[in-house]
Design a protein around this ligand. Structure first.
Ligand code: PLP
Length: 355
């Protein structure tokens, strides 16, 4: 039976990315060696990093003056590296969920943190809109897609200060105006590559402005200067990321990824709204195109475990909701075929008929 992979992360990747990476692990470029057993400084690995950086710049229209880094540590490490490198006195944060809260917690160790707005009192079911960002902050930090709660900022915000964004779970799913940000980062394992690599897009002239000493490995400048080769980067995930970037380009770029994401999400949300058994969990205008959260309607609460089993028996994988929301979460990242969403919708309809 075909498995439909709705895992929230690590998550679905295009089949050809997995196949090409598997091939390189067996025999890299016909060298008779595995990608796992060659030096990151080998002359035939450097082009992988170079091309991945070039494709980041091309696909996201990154202006001149920015660097693209491939680091370790995950998005969680960036929660600390961002304030380490950019927070001199004061930073603003928008609290839209678990990941935002973790970022806020780290930043507080480095300076004053203004939480401009929070939707926590409503269990993060919407993205706050009415807030002002103080003009005197070093940056304003946002989480563009809240993987756990299923809310998303669908456009770049307009504020008068430079922004920093955690785009772990919606990178390459829509065009972005990179010039509004001094830093964009994310763990790769949601929409780009297997776990192990963290991407960082950083504006070069925003670096070097804090007065504190930054440990070498946590200093973005180190990695900018060394082209992500200060120490051994995660070569296999970077290779896989390159295959994903090539795939995105071949399929039509981020504009096409956005079109597909909308098509998938519209189909699934329409069914959630129509089906008497289910309801969505977040404010409609903030609904994420990537992580689609829904629960059983109150009258049908008792059917939750039964639906999960029914869906699992029909090939759906990873749709159990995060414990902070409950119910179900269908993560529909770039590699998710419309066909899989159709299969989930059919499953919801069949289950409705039984009740
Ligand atoms: C998954 C996730 C993280 C954490 O990523 P790690 O790479 O595991 O540290 C942070 N932010 C968002 C939005 C996420 O989805």
């Amino acid at each position: 039976m075909k498995k439909h992979n709705f895992n929230a992360g690590p998550s679905i990747l295009p089949r050809e990315v997995i196949e090409k990476t598997a091939q390189a692990i067996l025999d890299y470029n016909g060298s008779g060696l595995s990608l796992m057993e060659i030096s990151h400084r080998a002359k035939d690995f450097q082009p992988v990093v170079d091309e991945a950086i070039a494709l980041f710049k091309e696909l996201l229209h990154i202006p001149d003056g920015y660097s693209v880094l491939f680091l370790g540590g995950g998005a969680s490490m960036e929660f600390c590296m961002v304030p380490y490198n950019f927070l001199e006195k004061k930073a603003a944060y928008l609290n839209t969920g678990t990941w935002a809260k973790k970022a806020i917690k780290e930043a507080k160790a480095f300076g004053e943190v203004v939480e401009v707005a929070s939707s926590e009192a409503e269990n993060f079911t919407y993205i706050p809109k009415a807030f002002t960002v103080p003009e005197d902050v070093d940056y304003f930090h946002i989480t563009t897609n809240n993987t756990i709660y299923g809310t998303e900022l669908h456009d770049d915000l307009n504020v008068n200060v430079p922004m920093v964004a955690d785009m772990s779970s919606d990178i390459f799913s829509r065009p972005i105006d990179v010039s509004k940000y001094i830093c964009i980062y994310g763990g790769a394992q949601k929409n780009l590559a297997p776990a192990g690599v963290t991407f960082v897009i950083v504006r070069n002239d925003a670096l070097g402005k804090v007065s504190r000493h930054i440990p070498t490995m946590l200093n973005y400048q180190t990695h900018v200067d060394k082209g992500s080769m200060f120490n051994t980067p995660p070569v296999v995930p970077i290779y896989a990321a390159l295959q994903t970037l090539r795939w995105i380009k071949k399929e039509g770029g981020v504009e096409e990824m956005q079109r597909r994401a909308k098509e998938r999400a519209e189909l699934l949300y329409a069914e959630i709204d129509r089906n008497k058994l289910f309801r969505g969990t977040v404010c409609k205008e903030d609904r994420s195109l990537m992580n689609i959260c829904f629960v059983m309607n109150d009258e049908y609460k008792d059917l939750e475990a039964e639906f999960l089993k029914f869906a699992t028996d029909h090939g759906m994988v990873g749709i159990k909701g995060h414990r902070s929301v409950g119910g179900f979460r269908a993560s529909c990242y770039n590699a998710m075929a419309l066909e899989s969403v159709k299969a989930l919708v059919a499953c919801m309809q069949e289950f409705e008929k039984l009740h």
